[in-house]
Design a protein around this ligand. Structure first.
Ligand code: HEM
Length: 291
């Protein structure tokens, strides 16, 4: 029977559930931070990994030798909007089917293939928890849920469109022709956000700081893990394949940490300006000429 007592019990039960959820998120964050600080300090004192041994010898990709690439079977294989995870599945480091992947498997795979600190690998993996409906595993396709962690003004989706339309236009914009500098990444993020605002009536990033930050986080990874190298990125982004002999450019002994990633992300995010002065190749008249 519904009365004041049952209503009060209902309120208390929900409050307790909320407190438990908040406490576990807080504990997880504190635990990650402590571990990450440990890896940051260790990186300060330990020598960087040698070129050729960035991926440990007992893991796929050591010495730039990756397991056989195989493009996914569209009808059956599950793939995500994330090139990093798709490449791992295409090389059989994650299951080729892209299905039934546990968090441990996910964290372990990204940690070694991209030389991430275990704390950072766990943090990235945790972003998928909200999508699994309590199963404890995901299919890569689950990551496509827009605006949970997928966001507007994507760097690579515009890249893919441009690859087919104007032939490698985006990557050819690296100022030195070889690698995207931090300035280039910031510039293109601003350009992309401004384009999205103009062309997409439902553009949703304006008020969504978290999604903007997530987008800059991905761009920071492109910069740190690939050194912005356009030749490697062309293969990785367009084919979701590791280039032959590729290994992460970041060579920290204990892997790239959350603190490092946060710092690069903040530098990118805080410098993005949607109203920036356009480079000559992006002015309206030049864009029209190229199409
Ligand atoms: C388990 C860990 C990871 C999860 C759950 C994850 C998830 C995602 C998702 C959902 C997107 C789509 C964002 C969008 O286009 O709207 C994405 C994009 C991306 N991810 Fe991951 N990712 C993970 C690990 C990584 C790692 C280790 C790297 C770097 C080596 C990486 C690099 C990228 C890049 C460059 C993009 C494209 C960003 C863009 O198009 O703007 N991700 N990721």
């Amino acid at each position: 029977m519904v009365n004041l007592f049952t209503t009060t019990v209902g309120i208390l039960r929900r409050l307790i559930n909320l407190l438990i959820a908040l406490a576990s998120v807080l504990l997880f964050a504190v635990w990650l931070t402590i571990r990450d600080l440990y890896y940051c300090i260790a990186n300060l004192f330990l020598p960087r990994r040698h070129v050729g041994s960035v991926v440990p010898f007992d893991h796929p990709g050591h010495g730039g030798v990756w397991p056989q690439f195989q493009a996914p079977i569209q009808a059956t294989d599950s793939r995500s909007p994330c090139p990093a995870l798709n490449a791992l599945a295409n090389h059989d480091i994650l299951p080729r089917s892209g299905k039934h992947i546990s968090y441990k498997q996910l964290s372990h795979a990204i940690q070694h293939a991209y030389n991430l600190a275990p704390s950072f690998a766990d943090q990235l993996t945790a972003s998928a928890y909200q999508l699994d409906q309590g199963r404890g595993w995901i299919d890569l396709q689950d990551l496509s849920a827009l605006n949970v962690i997928q966001h507007d003004a994507s760097f690579t989706r515009t890249f893919l469109i441009r690859i087919s339309r104007a032939g490698h236009k985006f990557l050819s914009h690296a100022s030195n022709g070889k690698s995207l500098s931090l300035d280039d990444v910031v510039y293109f993020s601003g350009l992309r956000r401004a384009e999205c605002r103009r062309t997409n009536g439902q553009y949703s990033m304006t008020w969504s700081f978290l999604h903007q930050f997530f987008g800059s986080g991905n761009n920071a990874l492109i910069y740190s893990i690939f050194g912005g190298d356009v030749t490697d990125l062309r293969v990785w982004l367009a084919e979701e394949r590791f280039p032959d002999q590729w290994e992460p450019k970041n060579r920290e002994a204990r892997g790239h940490t959350i603190l490092q990633a946060m710092s690069t992300t903040l530098i990118i995010e805080l410098n993005i300006n949607e109203w920036q002065k356009l480079r000559s190749e992006n002015t309206v008249s030049n864009e029209a000429r190229e199409l």
